[in-house]
Design a protein around this ligand. Structure first.
Ligand code: NAD
Length: 367
């Protein structure tokens, strides 16, 4: 039976979800709320949604499933508002917030005793882009789509959500909300703090040591890429997961001190073990197997500095969709080759590697 789905927040995540839902359920009606007109207009024009509003409460009673895809604070405010609206009996309410405890606690507080179902969710894919204009039907492909069930979630709730979202081609997984926040604090939130701190430290240092900017190469770029993320989103993530993140910061300070002491003592063995352990641990991690939460697949081509060389490679890749292309021309140290091409999935990456190695003499490296 065709359902009515209401997506509140037609940003990168909300609009990409709308596209994914339409892919497997073209008969479902998708209603959209957005505060600004720009994303409403794009979502309507591109057929991501069927109807749009700037009045959140007006469409809520029509929906079988409501997905809040808004900043965390606004998600909580809307959960509170939904508690006072006359919604369809058994409606499923879900969200997309990057931290879960604050949102799930709010749902448990405001929705308990109401004839609604709720399941917290976090689609673990995204980028630094925002707004409906950046929507991508493949954004969630192979990414984890995390559900954080609570007392307002039944097994049927999860089955219905998985069916609704089948067109996202994501990997569904369930985890407790608090544990979600602990795990993501370590592998996502804290790395953002580190990347931004490193960037800031370098920028200040470069004021007196001008060459620091010029010499910064592949390793530095890998470590600081996420420092370009959207500041508003990361502010709200840190503020909604304070205790856990502060604990990670303290733990890290101790680790830095330990390395500092080993260096100051000149303890060669300890320093070697430090690097070696990290190397072994990283090699054993899932990010090495690709297809994990990592959504970009990079290929490096060592190309000569000749006319039309890049055009020739792109011509070979005609028909393969590229996520990004980057020419590293400043400094080759620590960079595999000079032309970096990013793909959306492993098949495209393999196809490109095959095409380039078959048709050129250039060395192709996949990290
Ligand atoms: P976005 O900036 O692209 O979209 C956010 C949407 O919220 C926009 O439609 C905006 O109009 C709306 N909005 C913002 N403040 C509002 C307010 N006060 N009242 C009403 N509407 C408001 O952001 P996004 O990337 O789509 O993020 C949406 C949610 O998904 C956030 O909770 C974020 O934590 C989560 N998320 C983001 C990513 C990512 O990498 N971008 C990944 C996973 C989860």
């Amino acid at each position: 039976m065709a359902k009515t789905v209401y997506i509140a927040g037609l940003g990168l995540i909300g609009a990409s979800m709308a596209l994914g839902i339409k892919r497997d359920h073209p008969d479902y009606e998708i209603l959209g709320y957005n505060r600004s007109q720009a994303s409403r207009d794009i979502a309507l024009k591109e057929g991501m949604i069927d109807r749009a509003t700037d009045d959140f409460a007006s469409f809520a009673p029509l929906a079988d499933i409501i997905i809040l895809s808004l900043p965390i604070k606004q998600t909580i405010a809307f959960i509170k508002e939904l508690a006072d609206l006359d919604l369809k009996e058994g409606v499923i309410i879900s969200d997309a917030g990057s931290t879960k405890s604050a949102i799930v606690d709010a749902a448990e507080q405001y929705l308990a005793g109401k004839p609604v179902r709720f399941v917290g969710a976090h689609p673990m894919a995204g980028s630094h882009k925002t707004g409906a204009a950046s929507a991508d039907v493949n954004l969630f492909e192979n990414a984890y789509y995390i559900f954080t069930p609570s007392s307002l979630t039944g097994q049927d709730t999860l089955e219905e959500m998985k069916d609704l979202l089948s067109g996202l081609h994501a990997r569904f997984i369930e985890i407790d909300a608090k544990e979600h926040d602990r795990v993501t604090s370590q592998i996502s939130h804290f790395p953002h703090i580190l990347a931004s701190s490193l960037m800031e430290q370098t920028a200040v240092y470069a004021q007196e040591h001008e060459m620091a900017r010029r010499f910064a190469a592949g390793g530095f770029r890998d470590m600081t890429r996420i420092a370009e993320s959207e500041p508003g989103m990361w502010t709200s993530i840190l503020l909604s997961n304070r205790e856990t993140i502060l604990e990670r910061i303290e733990d890290f300070k101790e680790r830095l001190d330990e390395v500092g002491q080993a260096i100051s003592k000149g303890d060669e063995e300890q320093i070697w073990n430090f690097f070696n352990q990290a190397r072994e641990q990283r090699q054993a991690m899932e990010i090495h197997k690709r297809g994990g939460v990592d959504s970009s697949y990079d290929l490096y081509v060592d190309v000569p500095d000749e006319e039309d060389v890049i055009l020739r490679i792109l011509e070979l890749l005609r028909g393969t969709s590229l996520v990004n292309i980057h020419i590293n021309e400043e400094n080759r140290e620590d960079i595999h080759g000079i032309l970096q091409i990013s793909f959306k999935n492993a098949q495209d990456l393999e196809r490109a590697e095959h095409l380039i190695t078959e048709n050129t003499d250039y060395t192709v490296v996949i990290k």
